[in-house]
Design a protein around this ligand. Structure first.
Ligand SMILES: [Zn+2]
Length: 127
């Protein structure tokens, strides 16, 4: 009995164990590289700057860093940094007098409609 046990141990030592490879998956900390989850699966990453998907299964964060240093990514990053943000385009309109006037008219009209006021004669005199 002990003889068969020693044979199984010797066979286990003779067969080299295969190194188990684990595929890297999405990490939330990669958002700081402007990456997000890809539709292709958890082993892929979507670059928000380039709009490309690439695999991180074998390289993990090293693949993300290598992509961020790539030619296409750096060119796109420079282009997007020179563009004005869409938030600044809306910011200009918010502060304008025209926008405030429109907002006041909407508030006044909604007040009249909400309280069911009949003030047509008053409005004709006012305007
Ligand atoms: Zn990119």
């Amino acid at each position: 009995m002990s003889n068969s046990n020693s044979e199984s141990q010797s066979q286990a030592e003779a067969i080299p164990r295969k190194k188990i490879k684990r595929a890297s998956k999405w990490q939330d900390e990669w958002k700081r590289y402007n990456m997000c989850v890809s539709r292709r699966g958890p082993t892929f990453v979507h670059c928000c700057i380039c709009g490309t998907d690439f695999s991180v299964a074998s390289g993990g964060v090293n693949e993300v860093k290598r992509h961020a240093q790539g030619k296409r990514h750096t060119e796109r990053a420079q282009q997007t940094s020179s563009q004005a943000s869409i938030a600044t385009m809306f910011q200009k309109d918010v502060d304008s007098v025209r926008h405030k006037t429109t907002a006041a008219e909407v508030y006044f009209a909604s007040f009249i409609a909400e309280h069911n006021l009949h003030c047509i004669s008053f409005l004709q005199q006012a305007f």
